[in-house]
Write a protein that binds this ligand. Structure first.
Ligand SMILES: [Zn+2]
Length: 266
């Protein structure tokens, strides 16, 4: 079960088949977090966005596998590398309101590095955000995974379509409104979706949840516990879909188990 960390620092695992893809997404997330114009999406034009694009922003710290004497990448990310960022994370940001740490090939952290990372994720310094890029999130300790939101980076060709994005948005707003009956009615209407559409819906839903969890968006009123619960439920639904459970059953599960917001009841 994912847990909320109390100091408001967010940790995300970005899984992508290619390291480049993951890094691109991490830069994008970092821009959203550090953009000086502070909109919902990064402007990509302000000094902060440009520095991130060029990877020269002082509050964007990218950890890569070190190279050995022959210039080859080492097999592992070492505990010393993680300890270095643990120390650094307690130092105030230079220019922005927070610091963003990107760990590339996070699934290549050795065991002691992962344990050090775990400590950091459990008690993160105020305002530090950790983005762990991993080809295979399953190689991370379950305790590490449970403290992060896992977000799969999809290539442009697999990105959820606009319709799925809208559906995800409607669904979360219904959830936030806190009316189970309305939610149920909406879910019943979605039963006509085919498997691919449903997959795309959950893809969009998880992307939207990640945005809310990273505070890229704050306009849907669900608390962090509910967002984490919803993320876990979406993951379960995706697994069921892949196992050919019918769309009807999955939306039934969603209607029954989705964590409701408090809506107008305060
Ligand atoms: Zn910007």
């Amino acid at each position: 079960m994912a847990t909320e960390n109390k100091k408001g620092a967010q940790s995300v695992i970005l899984t992508a088949s290619g390291a480049e893809e993951a890094l691109r997404e991490a830069r994008m997330l970092a821009m959203t977090l550090l953009c000086e114009r502070g909109g919902e999406a990064p402007c990509r034009l302000c000094p902060a966005c440009r520095k991130i694009e060029a990877e020269i922003h002082p509050d964007l710290i990218i950890v890569r596998r070190e190279k050995n004497d022959k210039g080859q990448e080492r097999r592992e990310i070492t505990v010393d590398q993680i300890r270095a960022i643990s120390k650094d994370a307690w130092i105030m940001p230079n220019e922005a309101a927070r610091k963003v740490y990107v760990i590339l090939d996070a699934d290549k952290m050795n065991l002691s590095a992962q344990n050090a990372a775990l400590k950091l994720l459990e008690e993160p310094p105020n305002g530090a955000v950790f983005l762990l890029c991993a080809a295979n999130a399953a190689l991370l300790l379950p305790t590490v995974r449970s403290r992060c939101v896992v977000r799969r980076v999809v290539g442009a060709e697999n990105a959820p379509d606009a319709e799925s994005g809208e559906r995800a948005e409607v669904f979360l707003r219904l959830l936030a409104a806190g009316d189970r009956l309305k939610l149920l009615r909406w879910c019943v209407k979605q039963e006509g979706m085919d498997g691919r559409e449903a997959q795309s819906f959950f893809e969009a839903l998880r992307a939207l949840l990640a945005e809310l969890l990273c505070l890229r968006r704050t306009d849907i009123k669900l608390d962090r516990r509910q967002l984490f619960q919803m993320d876990a439920l979406s993951e379960r639904c995706t697994v069921y879909l892949r196992a050919n459970v019918s769309v009807k059953h999955i939306f039934g599960l969603l209607a029954a188990d989705a964590p409701l917001g408090s809506g107008n009841r305060g």
